[in-house]
Structure formats: C-alpha cells, structure tokens
Design a protein around this ligand. Structure first.
Ligand code: NDP
Length: 346
C-alpha cells in the first residue's frame, strides 16, 4: 500500500503519517550526510520527517525537503516535518525565537509539528549541553505550563481593560506559535503521564498536546502510557523503535540488542521479513506512530515496506510478552532534575 496515505488524525484536525524518518545521527557522522539520506527517504516514500534543533542538521534536512519540492517529487503540504524546542529554551519568552531559528535553518515557512523536546530544562544559552566547571549539566527551572502558554491574567473586579496588561505581558509561547502559523501542531516529547496531566489541566488551555514522542519498542512497550495517551486523544510517537542507536554517550552497552531478540527473529522468519520490519509493524498495529532512523539506503528502502505485511494476533501477543523495562535512553546526567520524567512508572 502507498505509505503516504497511511496517516493518523491528530486532536487538532491535522494528519500525521504513521511512519516517520528519524534524522538524528551520532556526532561523528558529518551533518551534511542528512541531505542525501533525507532526499532518498522522500524518494522511496517517507512523508514524515523527524528532526530537531539539537540534532544540528536542520539546515541539511530542510535543504533535502526543498530540493524534493523543487524537483516536483512532493509539494510542501505532502511533507510532515517535526522540529523540537530544545531544553535550553523552555522559558516562555525564548520559545518563538527558537522556532524561528529552526525555520531559518530549514528555510521553510512553517513546521508541521513543534515539540517540547524534553521536560528537563537546562540553562538558557547557545550551548546545547551547558555544563559547569565540574562538567555537570546546569539545570534551569521552568513551569512547563508556561512553556505551553502563559495564561492571560484575569482582570480584578472593577479593573479597567488594558490598565495592567501591556502586550509584552504575554510572550509568544507554544500555543501562540500555533496561532501565528509558525507550526501547524504542538506536542511534547519524553513526558510522563503526570507531566502530560499538568498541561491537560492547565487553566485556560487552548490546545491539547497532539502527541507525546517517547522511547517505545518491544522491550519498553509503554502500554500504560499508550493507554493514557489514547484516553486523551494524544498520539504516542515511538523513537528508538529499532532498539535505538547504541551511542556510548547515552546507551548502557550491557543492554541487549533488540533486533537480535529470538522472538522477533522467529516472527520475522515466519513472515519472511526482517526483525526490524517486525518491530516497526508491531507499533503500526497498536496505533503508535513510529520513527525509523537509518542513514543506509538499503535499510531506508527496507523500512518503508512496513505496510506490505500484517502480524497475526498471536504474533502481537508474543511481542507483548518480551517487554522487560529496558530503557535505552535513560538520560542519567539529568536524573536529579525535578522534572526528570522516568522517576514515575509511566
Ligand atoms: P532507531 O531505533 O530508529 O534505529 C536504530 C538503528 O537501527 C539505526 O542506527 C540504524 O542504523 C539501524 N537500522 C535502521 N533500519 C534498520 C533495518 N531495517 N535493519 C537493521 N537495522 C536498522 O534509532 P533512534 O534511536 O535514532 O530513533 C529514531 C529517531 O527518533 C531519531 O533519529 C530521532 O529522529 C528520534 N529520537 C527522538 C528522541 C527524543 O528525545 N524525542 C530521542 C532519540 C531519537 P543505520 O543508520 O546504520 O541503518
């Protein structure tokens, strides 16, 4: 089936393609490599591209998208592009300029989805990971509801309109960026259910987050968070769905390789598919939007075949059975931050 028609409706009426192309590559990979692989991904049928300011390659990913628009392969509206607000810009007055910086790198007029990258705020500034002289990350403390949108202060009884409400009182945080057309949709990433609840219960909430992008794969299948998200019409987007990139900076090397799991391998063999395709298909069939990163043309082409087969209910059950709470991206350097999301069960 043509992958570009496989989409899910978001709670704000826009549609997100079920399969997304991940563009985060390790530091040692030249940033420019994102250009060729993103162009190739669009050529083979990917329509959803996941990127972020912190990946430092938005310039090349944007160039790839514009080049595929220019050569007539796609129109801008065929592409669903996600960017993310980096964690040094969670103070509400920094949100709009951060998004505008991404748009300038991309040379696009809007993004389709803008996410709070993680709930853990770090000290504002140019550095992606600000550290002190001991090499420790410097935290910032932000009310996540303010990053979403600072609510207009209600007038006191008898107070004249405008008297204490200069326009600068309301910085352009996420909801206003959507209203201004800089992004079509807004959402979050790496939030636990309590952090999501905080936004959902925010007084004066105008837009619910459309999604929560989190690590999700058969070893950490996020069944409770998925149920919570579904009950609030929030889409769960899975990253690390192929077992994550095993980057020494982030990943515990003792964690097992997902794609070598015997159950996944047996199901793959039965369907004459690869374990990677089974891991992606598992998410599609449980209503999860799934990202697949590859900078290898053969594997990029392989991953789009996720729509060409179906897992039986007993396959899905068997994959549910291999969950074992293995989180590849633990983000341990921020474990002491009050908004560290993984202290909660889900
Ligand atoms: P994945 O789990 O998607 O992929 C892991 C590795 O699998 C890749 O390095 C890739 O290597 C390999 N691979 C891809 N396809 C196949 C295949 N068919 N067979 C065998 N191996 C394969 O990686 P990520 O952890 O990067 O997650 C995907 C994306 O999610 C990221 O690129 C990023 O866009 C996003 N993300 C978001 C985060 C957040 O905090 N919101 C955090 C982490 C990721 P190769 O390139 O050599 O093919």
């Amino acid at each position: 089936m043509d992958p570009k028609y496989q989409r899910v409706k978001l709670n704000d009426g826009h549609f997100i393609p079920i399969l997304g192309f991940g563009t985060y590559a390790p530091e040692e990979v030249p940033k420019r490599e994102a250009l060729e692989v993103t162009k190739f991904a669009i050529e083979v049928g990917f329509r959803h591209i996941d990127c972020a300011h912190a990946y430092k390659n938005e310039e090349y990913v944007g160039q790839a998208i514009r080049s595929k628009i220019a050569d007539g392969t796609v129109k801008r509206e065929d592409i669903f592009y996600t960017s993310k607000l980096w964690t040094t810009c969670l103070q509400p007055e920094l949100v709009q300029s951060a998004l505008e910086k991404s748009l300038k790198s991309l040379q696009l007029d809007y993004v389709d989805l803008y996410l709070i990258h993680t709930p853990v705020a770090l000290k504002p500034g140019e550095e992606i990971l600000p550290t002190d002289e001991d090499g420790k990350l410097i935290f910032d403390f932000v009310d996540l509801c303010h990053t979403w949108e600072v609510s207009p202060r209600r007038r006191e009884p008898g107070e004249e309109p405008g008297e204490r409400e200069p326009p600068s009182f309301l910085p352009l945080a996420l909801e206003k960026c959507k209203d201004a057309g800089l992004t079509k949709s807004i959402g979050v990433s790496n939030f636990n259910h309590k952090q999501l609840e905080k936004i959902l219960n925010k007084p004066g909430l105008k837009y619910k987050p459309v999604c929560n992008q989190v690590e999700c794969h058969p070893y950490l299948n996020q069944s409770k968070l998925l149920e919570f998200c579904k009950s609030h019409d929030i889409v769960l987007v899975a990253y690390g769905a192929l077992g994550a990139q095993r980057l020494s900076q982030w990943i515990n090397p003792n964690h097992p390789h997902l794609l070598e799991d015997p159950v996944l391998c047996a199901i793959a063999k039965k369907h004459k598919q690869t374990p990677a395709l089974v891991a992606l298909r598992y998410q599609v069939q449980r209503g999860v939007v799934v990202l697949a990163k590859s900078f290898n043309k053969k594997r990029i082409k392989e991953n789009i075949q996720v729509f060409d087969f179906e897992l039986a209910p007993e396959d899905m059950e068997a994959i549910d059975g291999i969950k074992r709470n293995i989180r590849y991206y633990e983000f341990l350097p921020v474990i002491d931050h009050p908004e560290y999301p993984y202290s909660e069960e889900y």
